[in-house]
Each structure stands twice: as C-alpha cells, then as structure tokens.
Design a protein around this ligand. Sequence first.
Ligand SMILES: [Zn+2]
Ligand SMILES: [Zn+2]
Ligand SMILES: [Zn+2]
Length: 414
Amino acid sequence: MGILLLALDLHSHSGYSGGVGKISLKKIKESMDKKGIDVFGTGDCLHPFWLNKLMSNLIEVKEGIFALSPKDNKYFILQTEIVLTAPITKNRRKSVHTVLLFPSFSTAEKVINLFRNYGVKNTIGRPFVTFQSTEEVSDFLFTLKAIDPLITIFPAHIMTPDGIFGSNNPITYLEDFFGEYTENIKLLETGLSADPEMLEKIPQCRERNYISNSDCHSHAIHRIGREFTLVEVDEISYPAIVKALEGNGIVSTYEFNPREGKFYASGHRKGKYNHPQHFYTEDSENLICPHCKKPYTKGVKHRIEELSKAQKLNIPIKKERKFKRIIPLVEVIAHGLNVKTLTSKRVISIYEKIVEIAGSEVALWLKSIDFIEKELSPFLDDKLLKTIISVHKGEFTFDPPGFDGEYGKLKIFV
Ligand SMILES: [Zn+2]
Ligand SMILES: [Zn+2]
Ligand SMILES: [Zn+2]
C-alpha cells in the first residue's frame, strides 16, 4: 500500500457551542471539498443532540473513520473539546482547554457515562470537568485511557489565556497541571496565537509534536481548515492517523501568522482608558506604558519568553519542524481586490475558479509558483495574481501586530 497524504482539521465546534448558527454535516462536507480538508473533527461529539445527529448521519467507512456516504472521500473523526479546571494554589484555579478524539461511538458513550460520575453537564458543547486537585486531573486522564487506549488527548491552543501555557493563572511546567499524566502528552495544539517557531523557545514543547487545527465554529470556507495539519499515513484509519500525529507522520502544519492574533505583542490600545493612540512593544524589557505608567496587557510573545527562561530544562531543539504560514484564500482575494466583504459575489466567483483549477485550497498551497503563474494568469488580474504568489511565498506580515485585543493589520508585499 502506498503513502497517503491527508489534510487534517481535528478541532471544531457544532452549533451547540453557543452563539453560532446552524451547522450541518452536509455543509461541512461541501466546505471540506473546496478547502481540501480530508479528515475533520466533528466537534462537540458528547453533546446529546449533536451526538444523535452524528449517529444518524455518519457511517463508519474505515476503522474509527466516518463519512456521510460510503463513496465519500471526505471523512470525520469523533471529537470534542472539554475544559479541565483544578486549583493550582490555595486560591487560584486554572482552566485548561483540552481536545479529545474517540475511536468509536461506543467509546464516546462510555465517556459520557464517566462524565456523569464527575457531575459534568453535557448540555453545553464544550463541557467543564471540575477537580479538587491536579492529582485528580491526572487520575481522570488515566481513567479515560483505561476506557480505551485509543482515546487521544491533547491540550488545545496552548498559548491562549485558557490554554495550558496561557496567561490566565500561569503555570511553568506541564506537570503543574497535568501531574503524572504529563509524559503521555505527545501532542500540543499550536492554536491561532502561536506557531512552531515561537513554541520551539519553550523547552517542554521541543520534545513534543505540534498539531494545528481551525477550532472553527462555522462551516464557512474562511473558517474550516484555516489552520490544518498534513500527515503521511499508509492507510486511512483512526489508529493510523493517531500514530502519525504522535509519532513521525507529520509532514507540516499550516499556521496563521501569530502576529495577527489579538494578544501577540504587549500594549494598551487606543481608546482604552482614554489612550489617545496605540502604545505597544514587541520586546520584553520595558512593559510599562509611557502614557498611563501602568503595566501593559501582556502578549503571547512575552509569555513565551517568560516560559523559555522559567523552564529549567536542558532540552535541545532536535526536530526540524516544517510549517507554512497561510491566510484563508477568500481573505487573500478580498485583500487583492480591495474588497471588505469576504462573501461578495466577485470574491466567491474568483475563489471557486481558483479551487476548480488547483483542485482545492489546500492543493493550491501545495502547487509550485510556476503552476500558479501559468494556470491562474489567464483569468486573474496582475495585482491579484501577485498577491496570491506573495502569500504562497510567505511574503506578508501583520504590522502593527495584534495587541491588547486589537487584531494585527495585514500587509502583503506585492
Ligand atoms: Zn478552546
Ligand atoms: Zn475549541
Ligand atoms: Zn497605558
């Protein structure tokens, strides 16, 4: 059997996570076709209504792999996100977003039963599991693995405030929250706010693999697969995919530029407490605002530097991480056309044309510059073509970067 390349997006949410519109599996599948995402995490698979929908619409086509029809080549894996909360000191509790993947409906149902013992309410898409100590967190994760060793557990978007290394009630080592279970954590989700280059500064990240997912709450084409992971497997099955992710099968992750994130740099934004302009800094030396003389709202960049100094571990950078920074193609087109609305007819019709030629959006980023120039130039104006090529080459940044709740401002070098 040959080697297969799969684009994975294994963290999403259904319409039951609050504040989102109706999401149907059929619409997700249509977006997966255009994006070129091969395997998608269902999101919220422990929620009774969504679980019911998944059970009545999906069929198991390969071991632990589901599809809407036996002939489909777009697949689903049962997935949810949970929030683990436990005290880390006498009067501080930490919440940590964590993704779970399940190999079967029967395993998911066993976990629902386990959750009952913990008093978990499954009626929200992202259930909370509350503990009295970090030992209990570790015991709980071992219990999950005892239910089925194929249950896969990884910390979500690790640098966001409610990620394991985030700024809310910060900790220094994974053990400070995951206790003895830590050595079983082989995979960390980069999230939109960090990428492998940044995470490599944290010693405990260096000895683990990175996965990148969209964490989308919508089937829109600029949400699904906005970040994804490319793996090599010798067959399409749940065990093969997990083995690739936790072992040596990751080819590359596709990442947002972290500078876009709302909390990349440290600063005070214009308008906050009457600040007449933006004040921000990317270095870690002087974090006092020259305007109000108070400490800046700390950004992810600074938090990573803190951790890289705080973790007294001698772990060399031993793996070469391949990753590529991307922008959703509809956003690239809108930027190139100077249009604000991503759903405008003109943007969508160009998007559909490009996807038709390249095969999918993921396929476009895998094509050579030569291919793009040759195949797209007949129907794209010169500026838009150059914009797409610049993004493909990584020739873009966010300046100023995001800070204190403001997104970074996209600049594409054309
Ligand atoms: Zn989350
Ligand atoms: Zn999520
Ligand atoms: Zn200030």
